[in-house]
Design a protein around this ligand. Structure first.
Ligand code: BDR
Ligand code: CA
Length: 308
């Protein structure tokens, strides 16, 4: 089985991505490294631990850095709830995070699984940037990096031009985008192109399984918020990135281009700037997801919810 390391800031859509990963027979989740993002680190770590418990997954959880590299954090509690898991007041997990820092765990696991590791980043890129600064040879040991982040035509979801994961810690994103010669990017616009009907999702959430019941509860608040804002369609950013990570041949269209992170713009800080016409001569560092098999995406989610 392919070793899979997930850097995450759970987060309601992170949770769906994690359920999908835990349910995949071809991959073995070797660790969750946790970032601050959707909410503060205390909550994202507690949520990661809780989810491993709900899924009976004995996966080690490593806490990362509590704040962006340079600038103050802004969270997304208005989407995910104050605790990041819909404020349902769940009983905390009985297990604890490991003592090793997430950035060090990324480096160590990249040694243990050198050349085979699938790394999926579902939150701000702070942990990964730190790991890369400690050891710039990290990319050589990673078989594939998939990042959920960015807005390739500048339709941001947190500012007019920037997507949340990048805008939360643009300096970290810059380090990762510049430091990895090749990575896969599932951006916010791809997410918007791959919504599914709320009514259908509600049917999947009624599956007779503890995972579906837990997910139904933690996602309730964010589903209401999203129905109110975006109508009939529900979008799960991190689950789309995870589907592409787990089943790459479900990608129907991808485009390779140089992508850079804007740090200085007055309106565009945190934007992912794609050199569509390759005018600056930089190498193509990103393979951008344009279209993914919607049937397959939904099948993965349905199966993950019904499992266990
Ligand atoms: C991304 O930001 C977070 O709110 C979600 O968990 C997802 O990773 C979407 O912009
Ligand atoms: Ca996330």
């Amino acid at each position: 089985r392919i070793p899979l390391l997930i850097d995450t800031d759970p987060g309601v859509d992170d949770a769906l991505a994690l359920l999908t990963a835990f349910n995949d027979p071809a991959h073995r989740v070797v660790g969750l490294t946790v970032a601050a993002g959707n909410v503060g680190l205390r909550h994202t770590v507690a949520n990661a631990l809780k989810l491993t418990e709900v899924c009976d997954a004995a996966v080690p959880v490593y806490a990362g850095t509590a704040a962006p590299l340079l600038h103050p954090a802004r969270d997304a509690a208005y989407v995910h709830g104050r605790d990041g898991f819909g404020d349902i007041d769940y009983a905390p997990a009985g297990r604890q995070a490991e003592s090793e820092h997430a950035a060090l765990a990324i480096l160590r696991l990249s040694q243990v699984h050198a050349g085979r590791l699938l790394l999926v980043a579902l939150g701000p890129l702070t942990n990964l940037a730190l790991a890369l600064k400690l050891d710039p040879t990290l990319p050589q040991r990673i078989a594939r990096l998939v990042v959920m982040g960015g807005a390739v035509t500048a339709h941001g979801n947190i500012t007019p031009a920037a997507e949340f994961n990048i805008a939360f810690d643009p300096e970290a994103a810059r380090i990762v985008f510049d430091g990895f010669p090749r990575f896969d990017l599932a951006d916010w616009e791809a997410v918007i192109a791959h919504g599914f009907q709320h009514v259908e999702a509600e049917r999947w959430l009624r599956a007779d399984s503890p995972r579906a019941a837990f997910y139904e509860a933690i996602s309730r608040q964010t589903r209401l918020w999203s129905a109110d804002r975006r109508g009939d369609l529900w979008h799960s950013a991190d689950a789309l990135a995870m589907a592409w990570a787990l089943e790459p041949d479900g990608a129907l269209e991808t485009v390779e281009r140089p992508v850079a992170v804007e740090l200085d713009g007055r309106h565009t800080r945190g934007a992912t700037v794609v050199d569509w016409l390759r005018q600056e001569g930089a190498p193509d560092n990103a393979r951008i997801l344009m279209r993914y098999d919607q049937e397959r995406f939904q099948r993965l989610i349905r199966a993950a919810l019904a499992a266990g």
